[in-house]
Structure formats: C-alpha cells, structure tokens
Design a protein around this ligand. Sequence first.
Ligand code: ADP
Ligand code: MG
Length: 206
Amino acid sequence: MTTIIAILSQKGGGGKSTLARTLAVELTKQNQKTLLVDLDIQQKTSQEWSERRKRKNIKPLISCQSLPYFEEKLIKTNYDYLIIDCPARISKESLIIAKHASLIIQPVRPSLDDLNPAIREFHALVRAGISKKKLALVINCVNSNAEEKNTREYLTEAGYFVFSIALLDKVSYREAQNQGLSISEVKYPRLSNQVQLLVKSILSKI
Ligand SMILES: Nc1ncnc2c1ncn2[C@@H]1O[C@H](COP(=O)(O)OP(=O)(O)O)[C@@H](O)[C@H]1O
Ligand SMILES: [Mg+2]
C-alpha cells in the first residue's frame, strides 16, 4: 500500500515545498521508501533542491521526480509514501490528488490574505466530497506567540484541524534548504526538534 500525503495551497510561498521536502527526508530516514513528487513543473524547485542535496552528498539522498501532472499509475508503484509537492494553482487535478491522499496538508502564513484563501480552498474540497478528516493546516512563518494563537483560533473557528506545532519564521530554515538540507536538519537543536515533532504529529494523523 502506498500512502499519499499531498501538500497543497493556492498561494505560492506558503511553505509547500519546505514541508514536502521535510516529510520526504524524515520518512526516508525511517527507511520508508519515499518519492517526493514535484508537480510544479514550471519551477521544479524541489527537484533542484534534491539535486543540490545529491551534489553535496547529503545522506540520505531523496528520490524526487518532477512530473507535469499526477499520474494515477504512481499509486501502483512500490513506494511506501508519495509526498506530493503541488503547484500554486488549484485545479481539477488537486481533487484527484485529494481523493487518493490519506492526508492533505495546507501550510499557511499568518495573515488574512493567506488564511482566507486557505479556508476557501478547504471548503471547496469538502464541497467536492473530500472528508474533512483528511484536511489539516500547518501554520508557517510565525513570529510571536500572539500571532500563532490568533491564527490558530481563526482557522479552528473555520472548522479545520490545525497541527499544534507551528513553524517559526527563521532565516536558518531558508539557509538549510539552500544547502540541500530540510528544515528538520538545521543545526540548531531547538529548531530541528520542533520540526521533528511536527513531522511526528503529521505521521500519526494518517
Ligand atoms: N518557516 C520558515 N521560515 C523562513 N523561511 C521559510 C519558512 N518556510 C518557508 N520559507 C521560505 O519561504 C520561501 C517559500 O517557501 P516554499 O516552501 O518554497 O513555498 P511554496 O512551495 O508554497 O511556494 C522559500 O524561500 C522558503 O525557504
Ligand atoms: Mg513550491
């Protein structure tokens, strides 16, 4: 059985690729056969990231494939996990992916300009028949406890599950990815531990 985790959002820059790479790294470290699927064919940033990682010989290497669209035949491969890094446009294809996914995660930045589209996106998936139980949000790029609290309340009020760990806005998360690392591999234990806890709670939600 292949488990599919889809990371999507209509907005660019919310943290889809950041989160998708992190899940791919942590699952691969757990000896799960994992493929990171980069569906953002115009940008291919996760594919580039995996190539940076390979050039720097950072272990484990991450299997990443860039595809123009989600192919249902991917489900029949022998991967334990497919992590789908979706492009910043929601299309009919998102619905196909959502149907096959065990978990659909939307990373969201804490501003109304990001929160409202994220909520609308989940409402649309629910209207299209996707179970609310499969939908979850990760608050990304918070700068204060108050910001996190307000964001969490806003999203919970809208009726969606929000992971209890939010990701802080940290330069070292960007630098890590520039180096081919995931944000769970940053050198500051306080930050990497927080990311690993988030990964743990994501995997336990499946
Ligand atoms: N928590 C964070 N702290 C600092 N920078 C972040 C954080 N999350 C994402 N970024 C940076 O923001 C940019 C956009 O993130 P990315 O994951 O590529 O978003 P998306 O794939 O949704 O477009 C990248 O440069 C990434 O390194
Ligand atoms: Mg991306």
